[in-house]
Each structure stands twice: as structure tokens, then as C-alpha cells.
Design a protein around this ligand. Sequence first.
Ligand code: NAG
Ligand code: NAG
Ligand code: NAG
Ligand code: NAG
Ligand code: NAG
Ligand code: NAG
Ligand code: NAG
Length: 925
Amino acid sequence: MASIVMVMMIVCCLQVSQTSSLSNLPTRSIPGLNKGTVHSQDEYVWMEQDCIYLEPENITAPFESWTLQHKFNYRYQKCGENCTTPPPIGIRSAVPLGGVSTGSVELRADGSFHEWTLMNLSPVGGAKIQVFDEAFFGLRTTCKPYQSPNNDNHRQHNDEKNQSFVLRTHPPPGLPGVQSLSYTGLYPAAHLTVEDTRLPITVNFTAMSTYFVNDLNSSAFPAISFIFTATNPSLTDIVEASFMFNLPFGIQSGDQGRSVIKEAATDLECFTMCNQLPTCLTWVYDESNSTCTILTSINLNGFNVSKSSGLKGTWSINQSTQLKCLTLNRPGIAPPSGNISLCSNMELDGVTFAVADDIGDLWKTFSGSGQFNFSGTNAYGVHGAISVKMTLPPGQVVKIPITMSWFYPNRDFGDKVFGSWYQHLFSSSEDVAEKMLNGESANLGEQTETVAKLHQTFLGTQDNPSSVPIWLSDVLINSLSHIRSAFWVADGRWRQFEAFDCPNVDPVHNDGERHIPYIMIFPESVKNKMIGWAKSQLSNGMIPEMLQSINCEAKSIKPVIDLPGGRVMSDVSSMFIVYLLELYKWGNEQEFASSLWPFAKKAAEWHMVSAEKYGTLYRIQNTYDNIGLNNYDVATYNSAFHLLAMKAAEELASAMGDTDFATKSRKAFQVGQMALDKYLWNNTMGYYNSYRPHINMTEPNPGAIMTDCFYSQVLAHSAGLGDLVDRRRLSSHMNAELSHNDSPYGMIVQTGRYPYPGPTQDNAVWMMGNPNWASTQLRLGLDPEKALNVAKKSLDRYRTVINDLWNVAGVSGGIGYGIGGQPLMLSHYGYYMSSWHILLALSGQEADLPSGILTFEPKIPAPFNYPVMLPGVLGTISSSVSDTNITSYTLTLMFGQLKLKHLGVGKTFFPGNVSVKAEESILWS
Ligand SMILES: *[C@@H]1O[C@H](CO)[C@@H](O)[C@H](O)[C@H]1NC(C)=O
Ligand SMILES: *[C@@H]1O[C@H](CO)[C@@H](O)[C@H](O)[C@H]1NC(C)=O
Ligand SMILES: *[C@@H]1O[C@H](CO)[C@@H](O)[C@H](O)[C@H]1NC(C)=O
Ligand SMILES: *[C@@H]1O[C@H](CO)[C@@H](O)[C@H](O)[C@H]1NC(C)=O
Ligand SMILES: *[C@@H]1O[C@H](CO)[C@@H](O)[C@H](O)[C@H]1NC(C)=O
Ligand SMILES: *[C@@H]1O[C@H](CO)[C@@H](O)[C@H](O)[C@H]1NC(C)=O
Ligand SMILES: *[C@@H]1O[C@H](CO)[C@@H](O)[C@H](O)[C@H]1NC(C)=O
């Protein structure tokens, strides 16, 4: 222990005290988190697999939805002849790094970088760049003979040993890689440990981006920090270590061109031609016929296997007393115009840079001395690299931060530039790095601390671990990476794609399924969208399905943000009312609720009119569109959503002092409940039929049963609205869902319409089904372990079987057609994020902040430790039992503040009013 204390002192003397809190990130101390180890001899292959549609690796053109139909290539690891297995976690996908809404890139388990979108690449702009193969970290070490102060001769040795490795298990051709890398991702951080017996030091590194709870501005740093931790375990040798990162931004995969065409032998020659022509802004090289196209415009990227291309740009060094940067500057006002920097604030004498066209030359320089020698400005070059050289005395640890920051302010949508919000926060990529490394607030030290606190909320501490199972916390924390598909334009509008493979913008139902972490962590993002939805309301009160309705396979995108449209849905206008109620009750947003109440009331009126004839909604679409419930007169899913809408409207109306409307809503609820029971309850089977083909039918109902037809019940319980139907019927129905629809991969979405197990349409696992079942069953009192195991079945597959935790599909394959439990439809999709309701169900959290009430009904007896979540507030509620059998409770806030009149667990209330803020605890018994 003593030596560790010394180490910390040394670290502080090396001016990296701002990164020392990084050791608090819990990635290392918690067994059971995701972990993938990749070895240099591992062989990965693409295998073609059936699907409905998913996001492909390589996108061929700008302004195309990133959709791939019917077949996709999935990464597998070879395990012998005719044998393949899913690769370790971190290979198929990894934590997307990059500040919130600023674009991202994934650092994968083999050390490679994938899915580059930080240059404003999106399904409504330039195509994502799958890989820059020559983007990599490098490490060079030199062991120096130890000079003993007391002239201890036999301890000295004279052979200075140099070694250099690319920190990749599968390095670019011709370069030396490492034996093995181990990956753990915990959003917004990723951690890699280098495992190589040849190295004289141990090395691991964390890559991290900004994520400040309830502070979108501080979260929107267009940057990633890489923090290396190196330990010299030798008792005798001094080790010199250089850490480098190469950014090969000069040449990328190609796109179509017009303008001047020349012959060129290589892409490098074409690149040089462009640099020599003042009018050239984009070059495109076609390998198939050795042509070099020189363009005077800035073109957007699209993948083409035989082409490479680039945009004109130059590298420059900028050094201040606190910071040294190499920046690639691309002129112009197009989406890819702007700058990107590699910077460090460590030991500035040891920070050097390179600009080179040939990766072999660059590597030679690095492996020769561990340092570079570029010192210029406005230089052309394919590669720009940084190296930081340090000395590690025996037994010591150093931490070295390197940042990659960017500034591409011309965010586009369908060939028009709308600008990026972050242009109001920063002036250049160097400014971003300066604020991150040397800034007074939101700097690297604060970023680390806030991320550690975020993780602690869900994982607990060593002394007081969370009662939420690790697998679930791992899934939930990493699901926060879903925010990668959000964008924030210069005029302040915060928007999010349905998914990258379907560039619709903010369908209210899809936002609803993923909304719990958004409303809790970034409530402003939700309010921002709600204003958009309210503005789009139709004169009859219906809220349109989404803010922008784009065909998932669209080949052209209208250059407009907010063009509301879509279908008539049961879970859209209803969800709008629920959102407002949640912001009111959970976030104490009284003013906001009053200002949007007229819209919510009209939305409720639309529900009432729509249900007028039959007491419930008639022939209407919903988020489970594939099963086509709109083809039947009534459906349980739709009828239950109507009940939710009426309950939420009643409570909101009461809060707004509109008692007449509250009464009207309650009546509509009662009528709706009778209609649901009358048309859909199946007394023989003890469940609600999925649908009733005709209201007036005389023939028997087919009696199909739909998984998750009571999703609205999950929302109702979370919002404190209670049961939507008779509790015994609900309970009986939930049990029936599992017994009829279960499969090895989770519950298939519907049985009983077709002979079992039915066609793909019904026989597929929608990722909301199992977690929503668990949430409702927890509320109904099922043993927590039993309930959680049902959720685990579908969720944990993506973590421990498929190993694709950062690309959870919306729908997985069902039984009997060869892709059981495999991604089937909708990449990077938010359905599985309805699992956040499980946390609310486990703690039994109920909040009514305007009345000052926050209570918990934990599903396990003391001791427990559960997360607490309210808009802008995160914390934990825990309990312990003393020797004398007294149970005491502790509310600890990590973020935000609360003023309460009634704080209680079960029947035990805190005596008196409560005022608590971040990093404070309240204890009572
Ligand atoms: C990284 O290395 C440091 C120093 O050797 C060590 O204390 C830490 O536990 C390592 N982190 C991980 C996640 O292995
Ligand atoms: C995408 O393109 C890269 C570069 O050409 C290639 O190596 C990779 O195999 C492609 N991916 C798929 C899934 O075909
Ligand atoms: C692998 O598959 C091929 C083609 O089906 C077959 O000929 C071969 O015997 C198989 N090898 C092994 C080891 O099973
Ligand atoms: C080069 O080949 C590509 C692909 O075959 C073709 O589209 C393009 O027109 C050719 N360019 C020239 C200048 O011939
Ligand atoms: C059902 O029957 C009633 C009464 O005859 C009629 O008013 C209504 O239009 C019918 N509904 C449908 C959907 O056929
Ligand atoms: C109940 O479900 C069964 C089949 O599961 C069906 O045959 C029967 O018609 C249904 N009864 C009612 C009243 O809906
Ligand atoms: C504490 O309570 C438990 C359960 O009620 C009981 O079994 C136990 O004997 C009690 N212990 C003491 C020290 O009172």
C-alpha cells in the first residue's frame, strides 16, 4: 500500500493531478462487467446472415438511409475448420466515444477505430466511414541500465533494449502488433489493457468522452480523451516510454465526382495532385482504371470498394505554455470542413508531432527514437501523429493524457447546413482541447469524477454494492450510448433519429420506449422535443407520429428539420400526455406543464373522440406495426394505451385545476376499461386476446396472445397511475404471456394467430417484451429473481452470447428459421431501453414533487441499495440493519437537488422536511 501512496505523489508532481481521479472509474474493480480479450492469432470472418433490415458496415452514398435489406454480414471468430463463434465483446461493436450529439467513433477490442461519424456523418448527410485502418496507437519502450546511487555494479546491464508496437492485435500490414488486448466498455468510457510478455512495463488506457448529468452544454465536447496508465514494475531499470496516436485523415474511402479527370498511379499521387492545384478541394481516385478526379467542390463521403478520396487540408502545430497540438484544418463551410486536433498537456518537451504520407516512414521515425520532428504549419500530408515521451523510474506509475478534439460546425440535413450547437460553445478543435485539458470547469478531472459518480449510482461501491444485478447495470449504463444518434442544431433544436438504419426523426412512440434515461439525465432534451411535437399538433388534437417521416430506405432527404408526419397511432398522442405528467410529477416542472397542458388536453380530447363509438380505439396503428393490429377493429395494446392516456389526462387535469376535464377523463377511462374487458378478455384462457377482428363478430375470437400488449401498464406503474385493468386479470394475463410465448431467446411477439410458431411477423422477439414483463411482474409482486431472469433472457444475450452490446437490435429472430435470437431488424435501437423501468419497479419509486412526496417500496427487504432517478437528479436509496435489528435508510444524491415534505421507505418516513443536494445524504430509521 505504501508504494501506491508514493506513486500518487509522483503522479501529482508530473502535473497530471487533474487525471488522478481517473483511478476511480469502476471498470477494474467490478467483476461481472463485460470483458473481451482478443489475441493476435484470432481470425475473424464475415458471415452472411438473413435479416429483415439492419445497418450495414459500408454505406455507399451520401443522403442514404443506412439500411440494408434481407442479408447482412456479421463478424464471427474462426474456431477451426467449419467452426465459427461470436467474437469477444468489443469486436462487433464498442462504446461510441465523442461528446453528446457531436458525432462518435468506436475504439474496438482489437485496438481499431470504427464507425466514424464525427465529421457530421449521418443518414441524412455523408455516409459513415467504417474504418481508417491506419488510425492506431503505438508504444515504444527503451530499458535503460539502472545507475545505482551506491555503485551496485552487478545490478547494471548495458544493453539498451528498444521495442515498438502498434497497440492492435491485428495491425495494418507490415507493422508489429501486440499479443493481446482486453476490452471493457462502460459508457462513456472504454478501457483496454495491453497484454504482451515482451513489454517491460504494464500499460492500460481509458478512452472517454463527456457526459455531465443535466448539463448538455458540458456534455457536448466534440472530443475524446485517451489516458494511458503505464507502470514500470522493475526494481532496477528505468524505462523510457513513448505513446503515439496516428490520424490518417488524408485518405478515406471514396465518392462520386465530376470536374477534372487525370491519370494517377496511386491514390497518394492523386492526393498530391489535389494539393498542388489551388482550385482542388476534393480528390477521388479510382483504382480500377487509375483515374484521379479533381473537384472544385467539397464532396460528401460514400463507400466504394475501388475508390479512395480526400478533402484538401493542411496540418499545423500550435503550442501554448500549457498545451501542444497538431491540427488538420480543412477550409470551407461544408459539413466536412473544420478542424481536428491531437493534443497533450503532459511534459511538453516530450510531446512531438509527425506529418507524413507514408505510414512506413512514420513508423520508422517513431520506432527509431520514440519522437517525431514535424514543427511546421500548413503542411500537406496523409497522416498526422502525436507522440508523448516519458521516463518511468523503477516501480513507478504515470498517467498520460492525449486528446482528439474536433470542430466541424456545419451540421447538415439533406444537403443543407443547419449548423451545430457546439459552435456556440467552442471556436476550434484546439479550443476544445484547451478547455478539456486546462479548463476551469468540465475539464478532464471533472469529467472523470462525474463519470465515476454516474457509474456508482448504478453499480454501487465496494462497501455498498448495488442490489441491481451487475448484468443489468452493465446493459443499462451502456445503453446510454444510444444517444449517439442525437443531433443538436445551431438554432437549439435537439433531435434524434429513430435509428441510423431508419432516419425518421423522433417518432413519439419510439422516443417513449427509450425515454427513461433521457428524461432523468437530460430532461432538457425531452422538453426540447416536446415543444416540437406540440407545434406539430393537428387541429383535431392528434400529435403526428414523428417530427420527420422519412422512408427507411429513402434515397433523398428533404433539407428541412421538422416536417411532421406519419400514421395514426395509439401510442403517440397518449405518450405526449404521459411525458408531460412525468415532467410535472417527477421533475416538478410546473411552469412547463402549464404551458403545454392545452396541447396535452387536446391530445386527450382526440383520444376521447377516437374512442367515442366503441369506448376504445378502433383500427389504429402502433409501434408493433409489423403484426398489423390496425387490421383489426380492436386490440388490447391499443385499448390499454387509451386507458393510460385517460388516466394520465385525469391526473394532469386535476393538477392543472381543470376538474371538469379530470371528470371527463375518468369517465372515458371507465368506459374504455369496460370496452377492453368486453371485447378482449378471454375468460376461458385467462388472458386478454391480442385483437378482435370485428366488433360485431359472432364467430369465436381466434384468441391470439401478444407479448407486451400491456406495455402501457409499465408506463402507468412508473408514473404512479396504478393498475389499468383488474389486477387479477392482469396477473393472469402476464403469466399466460410467458407460458404461451416463451422461447429460448425471449418471448415471441404473438402466438395463436397462425399455427405455432407462426411466420416471422409473429415469430420474432421484440426487445421490449421481456423487460416490460419483468417490470409489471415486479409491481404485481412476483419474486424479483424470477422477474429479472425473464428480462435477462433477451437482454443478456447481447452481452454474453451475441457480444454486440453497443448495437442491440430492435427485434431478434424467433424460432425455427435459422436465426433464432440473432439481430433481425432495427440496428442501434431503443426498444430494449424500456428496461430502465425495471429500476423504478425494483425500488418501487414514486414521486410527486409538486406535493413534495418521494417514496419507495423496495422489492427486497433490507439491506438494499437501489438507484434513485428523477429528472436532473440521480442518487441511491439504501438501507442497513443494525445489530439491534433497527433498519435505517439513506438517501444519497450524486447529482441534482431535492426539497421534500414526505420522504419514506415503506411506512418509515423521514421526520420532517428534507433538503438535500448532490454529494449529501439523508439518514433516517
Ligand atoms: C491500469 O494500470 C494501473 C497501473 O498498473 C492499475 O492500477 C489499474 O488497475 C489498471 N486498470 C485496469 C482496468 O486494469
Ligand atoms: C467494408 O469495407 C471494408 C474496406 O473495404 C472491408 O474490409 C470490409 O470487409 C467491408 N465490410 C463488409 C461487412 O463487407
Ligand atoms: C467442413 O465442411 C466441408 C464442406 O461441407 C467438408 O467437406 C469437410 O469435411 C468439413 N470439415 C470438417 C473438419 O468437418
Ligand atoms: C473508371 O471506372 C469506373 C468504374 O468502372 C467508371 O465508373 C468510371 O467512369 C471510369 N472513369 C473513367 C475516367 O473512365
Ligand atoms: C356494429 O354494429 C352496430 C350496431 O348494429 C353498428 O352501429 C356498427 O356500425 C357496427 N360496427 C362495425 C365495425 O361493423
Ligand atoms: C379464447 O382463446 C381461444 C384460443 O386460444 C379461442 O379459441 C377462443 O375463441 C377465445 N375465446 C374468447 C371468448 O375470446
Ligand atoms: C431481528 O429480527 C429477526 C427477524 O424479525 C429475528 O429473526 C432476529 O431474532 C432479530 N434479532 C434480534 C437481535 O433481535
